[in-house]
Design a protein around this ligand. Structure first.
Ligand SMILES: *Cc1c(COP(=O)(O)O)cnc(C)c1O
Length: 370
């Protein structure tokens, strides 16, 4: 029998979450952001769930080709644009819209031979200071693009650094609005956090972000971009990935007995411990401490001791009937409608849901379900 660990991708949850992006941004079109192999879900596996979006946004050209190979004829946006000049050939051939964030990319465009002019998203650095033209350089860059026969439509784009946090977006929104006030073209500003926290959702706050397109990444996969301030229950999102396994061993501990490497956990009273076929080589975070939540047979308990390569150990205190073969939910959907949001595992491990999804290991078999 194969090792009992597996991941499930929930197509209905993906479709539901895209619907949530639409509700939060009723006047905009929705990009499903599928970079990093659809945040670890697998582009091909996630496609049926996400195809209700208006377009796909990503940054790897090979992944863009895979989206076209799935038969998608609608918009695809390359979020970082071209990495070298010959990427423009792929943009022409695969009809990819692409960000333009630096002068070099305009130079490449000016030398590019194409029959079909490109749609580009000119990126403003409104304060994040990763990619994009400064407010002073933006107008000049736009003027250069307007003169190029290789370019037809110019859209405007920026990215928020603090849409999920206390600093918020007002300062960057002001820069974007001041810089682009008199410019024609569609706009895209919001990631998931801005879409939810500064959109039309009843829980949203001001300032409201407009825009013609929102870029729904993490929310599509059922993780709250601003956890723990808000949860997926607050935002009415559903987990799109389940990681589950089974108990492969049980130990009865006496007071003073320790568990696992480094004897990191010591039993204070008699207790039963379950051994789960899942470790950091499967993508479970090694830094998850004792107390990190886990479901056994759908009942919430905690991990104890150190996470090792192939195993973790869990407290069976709340589960006197659990034994070898009992189902363990590391995150996502458990039996009988039980749920363990990935955010609740990421947080104690000192990381975010994004990283856990993206780190799902290759050795874990994945299947697609409703
Ligand atoms: C990844 C990415 C997004 C999506 O961000 P989420 O927080 O996952 O919604 C949006 N825009 C750009 C430019 C990105 O790189």
């Amino acid at each position: 029998m194969p090792r009992p660990i597996e991941a499930l991708i929930h197509v209905d949850a993906l479709a539901h979450n895209i619907g949530r992006a639409r509700e939060a941004a009723p006047d905009a079109r929705v990009w499903a952001v599928v970079k990093a192999n659809a945040y670890g879900h697998g582009i091909e596996r996630a496609f049926d769930g996400l195809r209700g979006a208006d377009g796909f946004a990503l940054l790897d050209f090979d992944e863009a080709r895979r989206v076209r190979d799935l038969g998608w004829r609608g918009p695809i946006l390359m979020l970082e644009g071209c990495f070298e000049q010959r990427d423009l050939e792929l943009c022409s051939r695969l009809d990819l819209w692409h960000a333009v964030h630096c002068e070099q990319q305009i130079d490449w465009l000016a030398e590019h031979k194409t029959h079909t002019p490109h749609r580009v998203f000119l990126k403003l650095n409104s304060g994040m200071n990763r990619l994009g033209f400064t407010p002073t350089a933006f107008r000049g860059a736009r003027a250069r693009l307007e003169l190029l026969p290789q370019v037809d439509e110019i859209s405007l784009m920026t990215h928020f650094s603090d849409a999920d946090g206390d600093r918020g977006i007002a300062h960057q929104l002001a820069v974007f609005e001041a810089t682009t006030a008199d410019m024609a073209g569609e706009r895209t500003l919001s990631n998931s956090a801005a879409t939810l926290r500064h959109g039309a959702d009843p829980l949203a706050t001001t300032p409201r972000v407009g825009g013609d397109w929102v870029r729904a990444g993490i929310m599509s996969y059922g993780s709250a971009p601003d956890y723990p301030a808000r949860t997926i229950a607050d935002w009415k999102l559903r987990p799109a990935m389940t990681l589950r396994s089974k108990l492969i061993g049980v130990q009865q501990l006496q007071p003073g007995d320790t568990v696992g490497y480094g004897s990191a956990f010591t039993a204070e009273a008699p207790m039963r411990i379950g051994v789960v076929a899942c470790g950091y080589a499967d993508g479970y975070p090694r830094h998850a401490p004792t107390g990190t939540p886990v479901l056994v047979d759908g009942v919430r308990t905690r991990i104890v001791g150190r996470v090792s390569m192939d195993m973790i150990t869990v407290d069976l205190g709340p589960l006197p009937k659990a034994g070898i073969g009992s189902e363990v939910t590391l995150w996502g959907h458990g039996p009988a409608d039980s749920l363990l949001p990935i955010d609740e595992v990421a947080r104690p491990a000192g990381t975010i849901g994004y990283e856990l999804m993206c780190a799902l290991a290759l050795r874990v078999p994945v299947s697609v379900t409703a």
